[in-house]
Design a protein around this ligand. Sequence first.
Ligand code: HEC
Length: 146
Amino acid sequence: MMRAVFAAVLATAVILPSAAFAGPIEDRKAIMKGNGRDTKMAADMLKGAVPFDAAAANKILANYAAAAKAFPAHFPANSKTGGETEASSAIWAMPADWKIATDKFQKDTVAAVALKPGDAASFGKAFGMVTANCKSCHEGFRIKKG
Ligand code: HEC
């Protein structure tokens, strides 16, 4: 079960090379790249590939919460295409559903931070709460090109 979760998370975390593109597309991709790096680091800790470090784990959760808060501001109507964006047109076509997804990401990341995990087991729980959002949002709102 944990293995399946890691596989899904790592598949999500693949970092694609992207051309430099100034503006909201570049900004939102940069936020997501940070999520990808943090998720890789967290998965390594949870697999035991690197030792569990409570400070690093809590920093990752704080990063997720900051990313979730900042992310929705980078989707103006003039950023639907260009810059090799993988954003689905559903973001603009179904704004209520998009808001539900971004609100849930914010709520779950804030809740994960509040857990203040001190060991790998509780970090795994917090991590699972956060990363369920990666998959569900990407399914609905990201057209993966890579
Ligand atoms: C609320 C929706 C949403 C959530 C939650 C979400 N993502 Fe994303 N993600 C997107 C969208 C939309 C894109 C495409 C952005 C673009 O290309 O303009 C994306 C792109 C990415 C990319 C590719 C970035 C690049 O190089 O262009 C990575 C990596 C990524 N997400 C990882 C994650 C991880 C890991 C999580 C969970 C911790 C996560 N995402 C949670 C919507 C979301």
